[in-house]
Design a protein around this ligand. Structure first.
Ligand code: ASP
Length: 339
């Protein structure tokens, strides 16, 4: 049942039909392709599903789905227009994983290339490695003909400049006097990332995560997004999962692979995501990361699809995510651990 949609018409259609559903109960799509993503992926999910219906493997469909967000200068958390590191340079992280082959590819701290997910796909398909970083990743992208450009838009530069000029307490350096436990005024900085998980009608799975990472991060900082098992993971027998939010939390819990493991143990996608969020909370111990009630003071989100095509998402605090199920593309509430 191939629907005929041009890229422009589905973007329009999905924007119009998008609704926020109150239910965080995971839903399936009676055997057809399904997709799940962070909420900024909503306009892309119809394309992801349409391309899987046309025979594109789930991992390629996911990479196609993140491309408009990587290209969008208004999205300051991914690709072109992303917020830079503390030195004013935009560095991008991404990884992909393909269920049927069990292969993965990733790039971290990549500069000047606006579509790191596509470079990650090339690492997976055209090398015997999984992760390339920095200068080596850039050389590899160049070798494959990816065009180079300055990724720092005026808007992102001005935002970075304001942060610099405040000369504030909002960087990521820690005072050894308190061992990083207390004493810093942590101010919320913009975060974002896009993860897309996809499952086709045959039950094959693929996933992709791409980001410019934490705004004004220490130069060289790598988040969870390019780390297989942390920001993205696929086991073709059980499920796909991905993460957005505080990358350090997804790294130390190996959040995406943990979520897939919970599905392998029989949990539904939403319960698997929630269990991982609970683990993040349980393993967060230092006072600087806790609020006055002892709960983590940051947001983290997990998204999942199981082998049967049920989707679900959970987060530390209430949020929404995007999914394409039998209802078409929509936003839904995540299951939240705390109010
Ligand atoms: N997880 C991303 C990172 O830590 C950031 C985000 O999703 O907001 O780099």
């Amino acid at each position: 049942m191939a629907r005929r949609l041009t890229r422009r018409s589905f973007l329009k259609a999905s924007a119009v039909t998008a609704t926020v559903s109150c239910a965080n109960v995971s839903t399936g799509r009676r055997g057809g392709p399904v997709a799940v993503s962070s909420r900024n992926g909503l306009p892309s999910l119809a394309l992801v599903v349409e391309r899987m219906e046309a025979g594109l493997p789930p991992v390629d469909a996911a990479v196609l789905g993140v491309e408009p967000v990587e290209n969008d200068p208004e999205d300051m958390s991914v690709g072109y227009g992303g917020l830079p590191d503390e030195t004013g340079v935009v560095t991008l992280d991404s990884c992909v994983m393909d269920g049927p082959s069990g292969l993965a590819g990733a790039v971290a701290a990549l500069e000047n290339i606006k579509n790191p997910a596509q470079v990650a796909l090339k690492v997976m398909r055209r090398t015997d490695h999984v992760l390339l970083v920095g200068e080596g990743a850039l050389r590899f992208a160049r070798a494959h003909g990816f065009p180079e450009q300055n990724l720092l838009t005026d808007r992102a530069r001005e935002s970075w400049l304001r942060w610099k000029e405040r000369g504030s307490q909002t960087d990521d350096w820690i005072d050894p006097a308190d061992n990083g436990e207390y004493g810093k005024e942590w101010i919320e900085r913009p975060t974002g990332t896009i993860h897309i998980g996809a499952r086709n009608a045959a039950g094959d799975l693929g996933g992709c995560t791409t980001t410019s990472g934490l705004a004004f991060k220490i130069r060289g900082r790598v988040g969870d997004s390019p780390l297989i098992g942390c920001g993205n993971y696929v086991d073709n027998d059980y499920g796909v999962a991905g993460s957005t939010g505080r990358g350090e939390a997804a790294i130390v819990t190996n959040g995406a692979s943990r979520t897939v493991q919970y599905m392998a143990l029989g949990k539904s996608p939403v319960d698997a995501c929630l269990e991982t969020v609970r683990d993040v909370a349980r393993m967060t111990r230092v006072p600087r990361l806790l609020d006055d009630k002892g709960r983590p003071n940051f947001q983290v989100n997990f998204y999942a699809i199981d082998k049967q095509g049920i989707v679900g998402s959970a987060s530390m605090r209430p949020s929404t995510y995007a999914r394409f199920t039998e209802n078409g593309p929509e936003l839904a509430d995540t299951a939240a651990l705390f109010d």
